[in-house]
Write a protein that binds this ligand. Structure first.
Ligand code: DPM
Length: 358
């Protein structure tokens, strides 16, 4: 291996490669980066890993709802700048924070096995034992996700929904130390990674709230031209997760949705079948278009030649059957087209306008 990989001389005559991993400074980002680092360390004991922490615009603007900050790829831009300048070689993200198209020069070189992708209810300690069904009427639920609010407003009309911002630590603090929220909604995956499983009082079923595209999966972003690093991280790919997430991302991309639109999904792999349920909502959840489709994603042995490599919704997975990847991407696009034919564009355009005007 050669290319952009730096070499460090360890003084004992041994030469080892140095791989620098960029991360945001938040505790969750650090934990996620460390978990990928330890996987890489197991797989490549000779590699020297360095972790470079930086803050991003998203971390600095803590008081504005995510869906109202115009900047796309809020949490990823500064890290990508560092990748581009060769200051780091690898950046670990929550896949759901990565847009369906990346700026040219970047690709997702690995998608790791998905954690629980569902959303979870975290209660104010005074409400211990209650559920969204049994909380008192007009209880305030904290979430800044248009997707969560839309689905839950429809399902639990007796509750009220308000924005809450900040990283996970800040949100839990706001919940526990004030009396503003009866409960907040967060991804189960983030809570688990932080070691806060014990705060999960309820996991929301798909009937209550479907998850965001890519939720619960970690992604490794690299320079698209960096063959060595791409090959190195590709062994981290979890094939079922990759197929599910490619169909979800293709669905979102075809709808022209960003990371803050009321779009939700649910996917399953059973045998060689991939099932995708996708939905779009008005902000109050009253309008909803939802459908399910499936596709055969049988893994044949025809793995694409790395020379003529293919990228699916910004993901490079040369070690997974290209026909399976193509099928997953087609499934997402087909389902989006079904919803677009039923008027999904109007629902999303109206939702976007109303949200911008708030
Ligand atoms: C995106 C959304 C949120 C994050 C929108 C959504 C939640 C925003 C909010 C795209 N990114 O889910 O509808 O609640 O104000 C984010 C979290 C994780 C990754 C935190 C969370 C951890 C889970 C994971 C923020 N990004 O959703 O509770 O790795 O999937």
């Amino acid at each position: 291996m050669s290319g952009n990989v730096s070499i460090s001389q360890e003084g004992n005559g041994k030469v080892s490669r140095v791989i620098r991993m960029g991360t945001r400074k938040s505790q969750l980002a650090r934990i996620q980066t460390d978990s990928v680092a330890s996987r890489l360390k197991e797989l490549y004991p000779d590699v020297h890993l360095e972790i470079v922490a930086m803050s991003t615009i998203g971390d600095k603007i803590l008081d504005t709802a995510l869906s109202k900050i115009g900047e796309k790829s809020l949490f990823t831009k500064e890290l990508e700048n560092a990748l581009e300048r060769n200051e780091v070689d690898i950046v670990v993200h929550s896949l759901k924070d990565l847009p369906t198209s990346l700026p040219s020069g970047f690709t997702i070189g690995a998608i790791l096995q998905r954690e629980n992708p569902h959303d979870a209810v975290v209660l104010h300690p005074k409400n211990a034992g209650l559920t969204l069904d049994s909380l008192p009427e007009k209880s305030v639920i904290g979430t800044s996700s248009l997707r969560r609010a839309a689905q839950l407003k429809k399902r639990f009309p007796q509750l009220e929904f308000e924005n809450i911002r900040g990283n996970l630590n800040t949100r839990l603090k706001k919940l526990d130390e004030k009396d503003d929220y009866a409960a907040i909604i967060l991804a189960a995956a983030g809570l688990k990674r932080m070691g806060w499983d014990n705060r999960i009082s309820q996991i929301l079923s798909p009937e209550d709230c479907m998850y965001a595209v890519g939720q619960g999966a970690l992604a490794v972003e690299v320079r698209a031209q960096d063959r060595d690093i791409l090959e190195m991280v590709s062994v981290l790919h979890h094939p079922d997760t990759v197929l599910r997430c490619i169909s979800e991302r293709a669905f979102l991309k075809q709808l022209e949705g960003g990371c803050s639109v009321p779009v939700a999904v649910h996917t399953e792999v059973k045998g060689s079948m991939l099932y995708l349920t996708g939905a779009v909502y008005s902000l109050d959840g009253a309008d909803c278009l939802k459908d399910t489709m499936q596709m055969c994603v049988e893994i044949d042995n025809e793995v694409s030649e790395s020379a003529q490599e293919c990228v699916h919704v910004a993901v490079t997975a040369n070690n997974i059957s290209s026909s399976a990847l193509d099928a997953a991407e087609k499934l997402g696009m087909d389902l989006a087209n079904v919803l677009l034919n039923k008027g999904a564009k109007d629902i999303l355009t109206t939702a976007r306008k109303l949200n911008d005007a708030r």
